[in-house]
Design a protein around this ligand. Structure first.
Ligand SMILES: NC(=O)c1ccc[n+]([C@@H]2O[C@H](COP(=O)([O-])OP(=O)(O)OC[C@H]3O[C@@H](n4cnc5c(N)ncnc54)[C@H](O)[C@@H]3O)[C@@H](O)[C@H]2O)c1
Length: 351
């Protein structure tokens, strides 16, 4: 059966009139890049962030910033008032950790998202865009297609899928436009590199620049597709402007260069001229071995193109970390479950 999006042709969309756009997680990696781009396009931007995983310095000065938690429904009601669009990028985006700190991750994603969706809809917001995760696909065959039945393997993926379902349900009942973006393995400046719980490429660069060997979970054969933020931000932004994306789930990122974590470490070592002897530790429970998404739908609906090579993207990350200086890793989140399955990298603070 031909799905409606398969016969939609990509065409340029006129620049829309100025809007007031709310971005949750505006001090984070994607949220701050989105804010910068929407401001450049002439929109008003307002956002909130708890600064749990982001930094104030990332928030563009022209944006209105509130240090609020999305779970605070009264605060969300106040700051989404008068907004045309809500871009929901805030999350405790810690897939591996979610098996050991499920309460922290699930409460943040499910309760927090529901609080923001409810406030936005009550305030008459026209469109809500939700950043989900490829963790929603779990152990499906690769490349993951949007049409697949989700099979999340951990509380993070289950929580993201639950938030998607709540969004779809509320938007259909209350006639609000919505889009579900599924970004994956994005790298680039402003990504946190002192966080021991996520962002494998940034962690490796931070360690190698300190002259330390990278740590690899399992045998390093896990495969992923990394993409540079500039290539993805265009599509993420277009989800606000286009009408051919309404009600759709769309993977955002490339399907080329499907590489193993070992190859990632080797590529970084080559770029950094580093004598690589990785430290291998026990694999993490529930880590999906092969995870990559099909970009067909993004190409079709949003004109997605990979313009930056993997090496160029990694080099931009290296330059960013060099400019900002290497950092000690901060173990800023509590482990709720400590057992013989909990990675020693966290219990023994090995990073
Ligand atoms: N970057 C990727 O490759 C990727 C991949 C899959 C999914 N995503 C999703 O995209 C979104 C953005 O990811 P990112 O890489 O920019 O992450 P990020 O951690 O850099 O940004 C998320 C921001 O949300 C903030 N935040 C967390 N909980 C909050 C709360 N309760 N209230 C207010 N602010 C809160 C954090 O402080 C952080 O600044 C997330 O929803 C993530 O799950 C990203």
């Amino acid at each position: 059966m031909i799905k409606s999006w398969e016969i939609t042709c990509f065409h340029e969309v006129d620049q829309p009139e100025s809007m007031r756009i709310f971005i949750s997680g505006i001090a984070g990696f994607l949220g701050s890049h989105l804010a910068e781009h929407f401001l450049k396009d002439g929109h008003e931007v307002v956002g909130c962030d708890t600064l749990l995983g982001g930094e104030l310095i990332n928030v563009p000065t022209e944006a209105e910033f509130h240090q609020y938690d999305i779970s605070r429904h009264d605060s969300m009601l106040k700051i989404t008032k008068g907004c045309d669009v809500v871009y929901h990028a805030a999350a405790t985006a810690y897939e591996g950790l979610s098996v050991f700190s499920p309460h922290l991750i699930v409460e943040n994603i499910v309760t927090g998202s529901t609080s923001l969706f409810s406030a936005a809809i009550a305030n008459g917001v026209r469109r809500i865009i939700f950043c989900s995760s490829m963790a929603r696909y779990g152990t499906n065959e690769v490349p993951f297609k949007e049409s697949y039945l989700p099979k999340p393997q951990d509380p993070y993926g289950i929580a993201k899928l639950s938030a998607e379902n709540i969004l779809r349900n509320l938007c259909e009942i209350h006639n609000v436009e919505y889009v579900i973006a599924v970004p994956h393995n994005i790298i680039g400046p402003r990504q946190k590199y002192d966080d021991p719980y996520r962002n494998v490429a940034s962690i490796m660069i931070n360690m190698m620049l300190q002259g330390r060997q990278p740590i690899i979970y399992g045998d390093g054969g896990q495969k992923r597709c990394f993409s540079f933020v500039d290539d993805d931000i265009y599509c993420l932004k277009e989800m606000v402007y286009r009408d051919n994306v309404l009600g759709e789930i769309i993977n955002i990122g490339p399907d080329e260069d499907f590489i193993s974590i070992n190859t990632l470490a080797e590529t970084l070592a080559e770029l950094l001229n580093f004598d690589l002897k990785p430290v291998y530790v026990t694999g993490r429970p529930q880590e999906v071995q092969l995870a990559t998404c099909s970009a067909d739908k993004a190409r079709q609906l949003l004109g997605y193109q990979t313009k930056t090579t993997l090496k160029e993207g990694l080099q931009a990350m290296i330059d960013y970390i060099k400019t900002n200086g290497t950092r000690k890793f901060r173990y800023h989140l509590d482990l709720e479950i400590i057992s013989d399955k909990t990675p020693k990298t966290w219990t023994n603070k090995m990073f």
